[in-house]
Write a protein that binds this ligand. Structure first.
Ligand code: ARG
Length: 460
């Protein structure tokens, strides 16, 4: 491709070191898509005849068929996907193929390809996010009334509905969905026409190219356009964030699946056994996902680090972006899909969860609230309740079974009968009816809202 200037062939070591076709061939469909739009602009500007443009499109149709059939021969010596496709096109159709790279550089070409590829990938990742949200809402819907302890510091804190806990993840994933949408909006800029760095003396209609490819805008600065990978980082960040959310969900699933918790039963199809211990049933999906989150963070940091030292504009370092972006896209999509499938078959053990939530200590705050209603300042109410908890501990009795005389002794406004009534999980939950709090009515409303929203399956 650049033999005009060179007298010696590329050294084998360099050829192998610098090739990217082994991985960027993944961009082939988007590369051809971009080239077709470019050919249309060349034709509109009079650099190609209608017949030449037709020949190019036809050649690309054949190449498409060959690649899809696995017949295309990718050549490492042609370095990357762009040169492989262009060389093959020229081999097939001759002169028109050799005209295709007019007013274009691989620098704006690769920027375009990656944007096109990521645009599709963002949409696919958004669908996968919707899939997991649907699985979480489905699990919640199978156990709409199940009560479990909510935890802070991994210590039992207050009772919540299992559905409320699951819907917390649905909210996280909604933000992830939104972030991917934001990523799509940001990458919606068409870079072709920026050339290597300074556009071209052969001026093409960039808006035509953008329109054909479905981009909202054309880039405003050719130097920025060939060196900008912010959109890739946006995607990697969105993927890392999804990884973090999935890792937290993994941690919950792993805990819930232990004999100690026993809250969740995973199906055989989504657990693995031990080669040694016959009784084992391991939550490998969750563990792998927690593990892969490190990879997603690594992908983001690798690209951020690659970018930080680059002088303007295109530098070959930028070739390092693709494997990280591909890896993150594959990893995050696979994790979302397998998690959705696993949760689709998971069953909660409502009895175990209810037993864990039945400890009256989880309603100690309700007792303090009761005192507040009698006019006691909260700090004092907290103190009084704390002393009652200590008394119960001392007398080795559950908090709600403290002897009658203990209650008025703790505070004049307390009596045993009304105090004991407080220790009812349903009553406590029903009272938590501020927006966002887990009263059964609220949670039911949220569940129905999400069921309806996810059924529409709208993107963005
Ligand atoms: N394979 C290159 C990449 O991935 C394409 C652009 C090459 N441009 C160049 N001037 N060598 O970034």
């Amino acid at each position: 491709m650049w033999t005009g200037r060179f007298q010696e062939p590329t050294h084998d070591l360099l050829r192998r070191y610098s090739e990217s076709v082994s991985f960027d061939r993944r961009l082939w469909r988007h590369d051809l898509q971009g080239s077709r739009a470019h050919a249309a602009a060349l034709r509109a500007a009079g650099f190609l005849t209608a017949a030449e443009e037709r020949a190019i499109n036809q050649g690309m149709d054949e190449i498409t068929a060959d690649i899809e059939a696995g017949r295309f021969e990718w050549r490492e010596d042609l370095e990357d996907v762009h040169m492989n496709l262009e060389a093959e096109l020229t081999r097939r159709i001759g002169a028109p193929g050799a005209k295709l790279h007019t007013a274009r550089s691989r620098n704006d070409q690769v920027a375009l390809d990656l944007r096109l590829w990521l645009r599709d990938e963002c949409a696919a990742a958004q669908d996968a996010v919707r899939g997991l949200q649907t699985a979480l809402v489905g699990l919640a819907g199978r156990h709409p009334d199940a009560v479990m302890p909510g935890y802070t510091h991994l210590q039992r804190a207050q009772p919540v509905l299992f559905a409320h806990h699951l819907l917390a993840y649905v909210e996280m994933l909604e933000r992830d969905h939104d972030r991917l949408g934001e990523c799509s909006r940001r990458l919606d800029v068409m870079p072709l026409g920026s050339g290597a760095i300074a556009g071209s003396t052969l001026v093409l209609d960039r808006r035509l190219v953008a329109k054909r490819l479905g981009f909202a805008r054309v880039s405003a600065n050719s130097m920025d356009a060939v060196s900008d990978r912010d959109f890739a980082c946006d995607f990697l960040y969105a993927a890392a964030m999804i990884g973090m959310h999935l890792s937290r969900l993994s941690e919950d699933v792993i805990l819930w699946a232990t004999s100690e918790f026993g809250f969740l039963k995973l199906s055989d199809a989504f657990t693995t056994g031990s080669s040694l211990m016959p009784q084992k049933k391991n939550p490998d999906v969750a563990e792998l996902t927690r593990g892969k989150t490190g990879r997603l963070y690594g992908d983001l940091f690798a690209v951020l680090t690659t970018l930080k030292g680059l002088p303007m504009t295109y530098n070959r370092d930028l070739q390092e972006d693709k494997e990280r972006v591909f890896d993150a896209a594959d990893t995050v999509r696979a994790a979302l899909q397998v998690f959705a499938a696993m949760l689709g078959e998971a069953r909660a053990n409502e009895a175990r969860m209810a037993a864990a939530a039945a400890d009256p200590l989880l309603l100690a705050t309700d007792l303090a609230d009761h005192l507040v209603r009698a006019g006691v300042p909260f700090r004092q109410a907290h103190e009084i309740t704390g002393r009652l908890v200590a008394r119960a501990e001392k007398l080795k009795t559950p908090l709600d079974r403290l002897p009658d005389e203990e209650w008025p002794a703790a505070h004049a406004s307390l009596d045993a009968v009304s105090a004991r009534k407080l220790f009812s999980v349903p009553r406590s939950l029903a009272a938590r009816r501020a927006p966002g709090a887990p009263s059964p009515a609220n949670v039911r409303r949220e569940l129905v809202k999400w069921q309806a929203r996810l059924k529409q399956k709208t993107r963005r």
